[in-house]
Design a protein around this ligand. Structure first.
Ligand SMILES: CC(=O)SCCNC(=O)CCNC(=O)[C@H](O)C(C)(C)COP(=O)(O)OP(=O)(O)OC[C@H]1O[C@@H](n2cnc3c(N)ncnc32)[C@H](O)[C@@H]1OP(=O)(O)O
Ligand SMILES: O=CC(=O)O
Ligand SMILES: [Mg+2]
Length: 356
């Protein structure tokens, strides 16, 4: 553990100063693409116009014999593309793999100035982040980078979940954490075979009404990920970094995908992964507060004046704590609206309507 006094000191001579705050930029969807897949790579310039984050994936879902092609593809795409306001992230291979050292050396050296965030899979504890932290500082210094790269951890091992608080606070570079439900299920020896989402067998049943144990007993499917997402959100919030839901693998089931994303949004996540173009708009819709919620929150803030005391609005009690919640919604809405004129107009229209 570094001393608090040294926490923000660069870990290599000549490396840029680590960040004191994580920059607030829209990241409702982290859109995954395989940079070695020509069809997907060809779509990157267009996708950059409608995604908050584009992530060149080098890890799982890229075949072992395509790892080098994916890495080289990402270098060329990053050099050739104008990403505008869209962030460019990468997911490198896991720290025990034969590829990760070359991933980090190549990417930081060749395109360190274009990358915003490096996602590290299968993080087990703070020691993994410390390793990456020092290596990045050495590589940044050698490449002459002036901005520090940020680090994002995937929460996808049982030991990662047990250590999530120390992972979130392991380095000033920590930007956020994503839930990785597929690897996490395997690591925990859960008996599922899906990539995220629910399972019909994980349920609760109402009590029997009489002697017949089958008669009239409704079942309710439960959320397999509630505990982990909630714990991840708390770990991120207490360290000033951002939590994300990860992948939803049933691409066809856009309805359940929206539900899973919305649960994560309501619990505090700022975004989710999109694995297929069809999931981009789902994430954009879900992770932008609704115009009705924004209008209501603005009204509560306005009617609460200095934000203290208690008032009744439409039969509902509001006080200091509800104003704080409303500020969270309005601050997010304002941040998103600043780069999205359509959203800004929808928020203003709903606010006018509620005032009239
Ligand atoms: C557990 C985890 O680690 S999750 C993260 C790792 N997984 C990934 O990154 C998966 C990323 N996504 C994919 O590989 C693909 O979407 C698949 C394999 C799931 C489906 O691919 P396809 O069978 O080609 O889907 P589909 O036919 O619907 O694709 C339609 C078009 O969208 C393109 N497309 C599909 N996914 C993407 C994507 N993520 N980014 C850009 N373009 C895409 C296809 O190339 C295809 O292009 P075309 O119209 O020019 O032929
Ligand atoms: O990498 C993601 C996962 O769910 O595993
Ligand atoms: Mg994984």
């Amino acid at each position: 553990m570094r001393s608090p006094k040294d926490f923000f000191a660069p870990l290599a001579v000549g490396a840029p100063q680590p960040p004191r705050q994580i920059p607030v930029r829209p990241s409702r969807m982290i859109h995954f693409f395989d940079p070695g897949n020509e069809k997907m790579a060809a779509k990157v310039p267009d996708l950059a116009k409608k995604t908050d984050v584009l992530l060149g994936n080098l890890e799982d879902a890229v075949r072992a014999d395509r790892k080098e092609a994916a890495r080289a593809g990402l270098v060329s795409i990053a050099k050739a593309t104008d990403f505008g306001r869209t962030q460019l992230w990468t997911r490198v291979n896991s720290l025990d793999s034969p590829w990760v050292l070359d991933d980090l050396i190549t990417l930081v050296t060749e395109i360190g100035d274009k990358l915003d965030v490096i996602m590290i899979p299968k993080v087990e504890g703070a020691q993994d982040i410390h390793y990456v932290d020092r290596l990045l500082a050495q590589l940044e210094a050698r490449a002459g980078l002036t901005e520090p790269l940020l680090v994002h951890a995937i929460l996808e091992t049982a030991s990662g979940v047990a250590n999530v608080e120390e992972i979130a606070g392991a380095s000033p570079r920590m930007q956020g954490i994503s839930l990785g439900p597929a690897d996490l299920a395997a690591s925990r020896r859960m008996k599922t075979t899906r990539v995220g989402g629910g399972h019909p067998g994980y349920l609760v049943r109402t009590d029997p009404v009489g002697e017949d144990l089958d008669e009239g007993r409704t079942t309710y499917q439960q959320d397999l990920w509630h505990y982990t997402v909630a714990r991840m959100v708390d770990a991120c919030a207490m360290n000033g970094i951002l939590p994300y839901y990860g992948p939803f693998g049933d691409i066809r089931d856009v309805v359940a995908c929206e539900d899973q994303f919305r649960n994560a949004f309501l619990l505090g996540c700022v975004g989710a992964w999109s694995l297929h173009p069809v999931q981009i708009d789902i994430a954009k819709k879900v992770f932008s507060p609704s115009p009705a919620d924004v209008a209501w929150a603005r009204r509560v803030i306005a009617e609460m004046g200095d934000g203290t005391g208690a008032v009744m609005i439409d039969g509902k009690m509001q006080d200091d704590a509800s104003v704080k919640q409303c500020r969270v919604v309005v601050e997010l809405a304002d941040e998103l609206a600043a780069t999205d004129p359509e959203l800004a107009a929808a928020y203003d229209a709903a606010t006018k309507e509620i005032q009239s």
